[in-house]
Design a protein around this ligand. Structure first.
Ligand SMILES: C[S@@+](CC[C@H](N)C(=O)[O-])C[C@H]1O[C@@H](n2cnc3c(N)ncnc32)[C@H](O)[C@@H]1O
Length: 290
């Protein structure tokens, strides 16, 4: 089969679901990856015959896309905050909203950049490590810690730290188990705690697309309808014990629960609690001072 013929197959099988432009973007991304050539070179030689391995890789990718699998899992990498991150079925695919959370943290921490003292930052529920690694890359004087309950996610996060040439102290633990706290953080006080914890209620599943529901890890996304703030409450309590006075807490939040999350933080005596909107205008982040 020629390159042009497989390109046509992609359009025939995927245009209805993804639209022509998106299919082109995905096709060339996959082709660049599997054929190891730039898009311009591929476009200039459309009638080249594909060798068996190239054809089978592109055909398999086409089948997976037809099955609604996110392209990031097929390629195995994505970009976040201008950095490359490996992803797999054990990690959430980093989202643009979370880049906004990282921006908010970096902006808020600018005054600390001039301070030569190290600041301790903890990312709770690190997944691919996207938040922790971006902060380690951009904040020179930070000692970044990152925890997750999933050993498989932490394995990818460790690979991502190496890929991006930063040091992050990774910890495997369940943040909801208070008995783990002293064990892991006996002599540490944090200047900054940041988290994008699971926050989607079961009742919101109906609004979600198959590519998320069928492929992304359930444990990274969902909380019960009865107690949707379970992670925020645990982290607020953790922060009141393991964060320095005047320390900063950053959360990505469920847009429908912004006021409840703010109230919960007030009950834990946090101050100057501010809600921020993402680029789509949804309440998506909270910053609070201890
Ligand atoms: C919404 S994902 C965020 C991943 C990543 N920080 C990001 O922003 O793309 C939530 C993460 O929390 C982790 N997690 C779930 N339950 C946890 C628990 N009880 N303790 C620690 N981490 C947990 C999941 O494994 C997942 O990696």
């Amino acid at each position: 089969m020629t390159f042009k013929e497989i390109h046509t197959q992609f359009h025939l099988k995927l245009d209805a679901e993804y639209g022509k432009n998106e299919v082109d973007a995905m096709f060339f991304l996959l082709s660049e990856q599997f054929l190891n050539k730039k898009r311009i070179d591929l476009s200039l030689t459309p009638y080249n015959m594909l060798v068996d391995i190239e054809l089978s890789q592109l055909t398999e990718a086409l089948n997976r896309l037809q099955n609604n699998e996110p392209i990031q899992y097929i390629i195995g990498t994505t970009y976040f905050y201008g950095l490359e991150f490996k992803v797999n079925q054990h990690t959430l695919i980093p989202r643009p909203e979370t880049e906004e959370l990282v921006s908010l943290a970096i902006e808020s921490l600018k005054p600390h950049h001039v301070d030569s003292d190290k600041i301790n930052i903890l990312d709770i529920g690190t997944g691919t490590g996207c938040i922790a690694i971006s902060l380690a890359k951009l904040i020179g004087n930070a000692h970044v810690f990152a925890l997750d309950i999933s050993s498989q996610a932490l394995k990818i996060a460790q690979e991502n730290a190496a890929l991006n040439a930063v040091e992050v102290s990774f910890i495997e633990t369940d943040i909801l188990k208070e008995t783990n706290w002293t064990e892991n953080f006996k002599n540490i006080q944090f200047d900054v705690i940041i988290s994008n914890p699971p926050y989607v209620r079961e009742l919101e599943k109906a609004q979600m697309k198959d590519n998320v529901l069928n492929f992304e890890p359930t444990s990274a996304l969902f909380v019960s309808d009865e107690d949707p703030l379970i992670f925020y409450r645990a982290i607020a309590k953790f922060a009141s014990e393991y964060m320095k006075p005047n320390g900063l807490l950053f959360f990505e939040i469920n847009q429908y629960l912004a006021q409840e999350t703010k109230k919960m933080l007030e009950m834990h005596n946090f101050e100057t609690i501010e809600i921020y909107q993402d680029l789509s205008g949804n309440d998506r982040m909270i910053k609070a001072t201890k």
